[in-house]
Design a protein around this ligand. Structure first.
Ligand code: EPZ
Length: 432
């Protein structure tokens, strides 16, 4: 068991390279199990969620191994198992994509519902509804979602709520269905486009990804090939916010600036300077920061996965900021940790009211989920004195070389074995 220790106050400066998008990669890796051929997937971040998924795929009979840094070779020709038990999938939410992929390939899937929950109810009703529209029967028994179809037939699928997971899952199953599927009110996140591009590169026929209507013409089979995952929008946003938080000057490289527009807009409102280049963004900031209001929304709105990091920076803005969480029911658990560091925040329903304070002060804190963990790191970088962060298994799920990258930018940060009793309180991260 380890902890991150930060001596706050260093202004971040220099350049940082952003890794491949974790939330794209987890979907693409599962999509590759529909392919009876070799797939080479480049720019895959070596984070624990990916390692867990690779293990799941091997347990199902597929091959998945890193052949060099960030290059994954998969061959699922011999994959034959259609059941993924709770023991296998409980550690990772993205394992729900197994439903769509196994259903697409074998017309049958039995996948345990991912356990645990970090920020409210995480239903899969829309995923199941989508499969039923394609002609599958679904039921949930003994903790397993059983999904089976004689044949999958293209259909119109209306998403009652904009859901990244349900959109991807239906896209996977429909890629190998008979005829045309039209997903209405589809999610538009960059990783939806990335998964569609991957599938198209392997022979699928998907149009409209990135808009709210996606049309998928089913094909007989998919073939192997090489594909490179897009840069991680959320990791990039995290570094942009860390740069601003520390009054730094950082060039965030290997990004798609278009994906970062909502973050740049909010940083500019706070008083930061943003310069956009072809594949990088420079963030320069000086306090005082202006208080602002932020509402999380599906893409192209402000991402919920940057809400904790953004709110953390606002704890030292001048005045009152209101941060409204519109995607998840309960994504403010981490605020108790920020309060330990002297932040002044009140939560009322879906809104957090943040009264800016002159400074945060270092303290032992817990990462309560992946992005909350990143927020604690930002808080530690901004704070006076020493911050110790526990429950690093959450951070490890989605940030590749986080500590090393921050060190390169001049942060006084280290990761070390935890020698204190607090160790005993560390929780097991279940779901992201
Ligand atoms: C994805 O989760 C991401 N995970 C999450 O990122 C992210 O927070 C979320 O999208 C929203 O952007 C991955 O990509 C692996 P949703 P997902 O289905 O797909 C409701 C991170 O930090 N809903 O878009 O599970 C749901 O309750 C993680 O990297 C239904 O009502 O999210 C929520 O309110 C955490 N019924 C909303 O939709 C359903 O069947 C959006 O959820 C499905 C979802």
């Amino acid at each position: 068991m380890e902890k991150i220790v930060i001596l706050g106050g260093a202004e971040l400066s220099g350049e940082v390279d952003i890794s491949g998008a974790k939330n794209s990669a987890v979907a693409i890796i599962v999509a590759a199990i529909m392919i009876k051929d070799v797939c080479i997937i480049e720019n895959v971040p070596a984070v624990s969620d990916i390692l867990v998924l690779m293990d799941i795929i091997r347990k199902l009979g597929g091959e998945a191994e890193f052949i060099k840094d960030n290059v994954l070779r998969m061959d699922c020709t011999k994959l034959c198992e259609v059941e993924a038990s709770y023991e296998t999938v409980r550690k990772i939410r993205a394992s729900s994509y197994l439903m769509g992929a196994l259903l697409g390939r074998f017309k049958e899937a039995r996948v345990a519902l991912p356990g645990g929950c970090d920020f409210g109810v995480r239903p899969i009703d829309l995923h199941l509804k989508g499969f039923r529209c394609l002609g599958a029967e679904t039921n949930i028994e003994y903790g397993l979602a059983n999904i089976k179809a004689e044949a999958l037939k293209g259909a119109a699928v209306y998403m009652d709520t904009v859901s990244v997971g349900a959109t991807i899952n239906v896209m996977l199953a429909a890629a190998l269905a008979d005829g045309l599927t039209v997903i209405e009110n589809a999610a538009r996140e960059p990783h939806i486009v990335d998964v569609a591009n991957f599938l198209n590169c392997m022979g699928a026929n998907i149009k409209g990804a990135g808009t709210d209507v996606i049309k998928i013409k089913g094909v007989e089979s998919l073939h192997g090939g090489t594909y490179s995952v897009i840069p991680d929008q959320i990791e990039a946003g995290t570094f942009m916010l860390a740069a601003a938080a520390t009054q730094g000057d950082v060039l965030v490289k290997n990004v798609i600036p278009k994906h970062l527009e909502s973050i740049s807009a909010k940083l500019i409102e706070m008083g930061a300077e943003i310069e956009e280049f072809d594949d990088s963004v420079r963030v320069k900031a000086r306090r005082p920061f202006k208080a602002i209001n932020v509402k999380t929304l599906p893409y192209p709105g402000f991402p919920t996965d940057l809400q904790p990091q953004m709110l953390t920076v606002l704890t030292v803005a001048e005045g009152t900021s209101i941060v409204t969480e519109n995607v998840w029911d309960n994504r403010f658990k981490y605020i108790a940790e920020l309060k330990r560091m002297g932040a002044n925040i009140n939560v009322e329903g879906r809104a957090a009211i943040v009264e800016g304070v002159p400074r945060l002060t270092g303290s032992p804190v817990q990462a309560t989920d992946l992005r909350a963990g990143a927020a604690m790191v930002i808080a530690g970088l901004m704070a006076n004195g020493v911050t110790e962060i526990y429950n690093l298994n959450y951070i490890d799920r989605g940030y590749e070389n986080f500590v090393e990258k921050l060190k390169m930018l001049g942060a006084q940060i280290t990761r070390r074995k935890n020698d204190k009793k607090l160790d005993e309180r560390e929780e097991t991260a279940e779901t992201v």
